[in-house]
Design a protein. Structure first.
Length: 79
């Protein structure tokens, strides 16, 4: 997978989270992607959520076996 297609997927994920805020887990993302025809592997969902958290776009909550993410709404995060 090219970097540009991954970036596009991450941008789409961020748009999805913005339009449907709340707690996002790998399971929720997995189900959403199955409905929309996106990549359905749970590992991809985990990595995508973790990458957006690493970039400061999402806040990470909970232990490893119950992790979920929420949209970071701080003003100091770059778009």
């Amino acid at each position: 997978m090219s970097d540009s297609s991954r970036e596009q997927r991450l941008d789409q994920l961020l748009d999805t989270i913005r339009s449907s805020p709340g707690k996002w887990s790998a399971g929720r993302l997995h189900k959403a992607r199955r409905r929309t025809g996106g990549p359905v592997q749970r590992g991809t969902a985990r990595r995508d959520l973790a990458e957006l958290a690493r970039r400061g776009r999402l806040d990470e909550h909970g232990p490893d076996d119950g992790r979920f993410y929420t949209l970071n709404t701080r003003k100091d995060v770059r778009p």
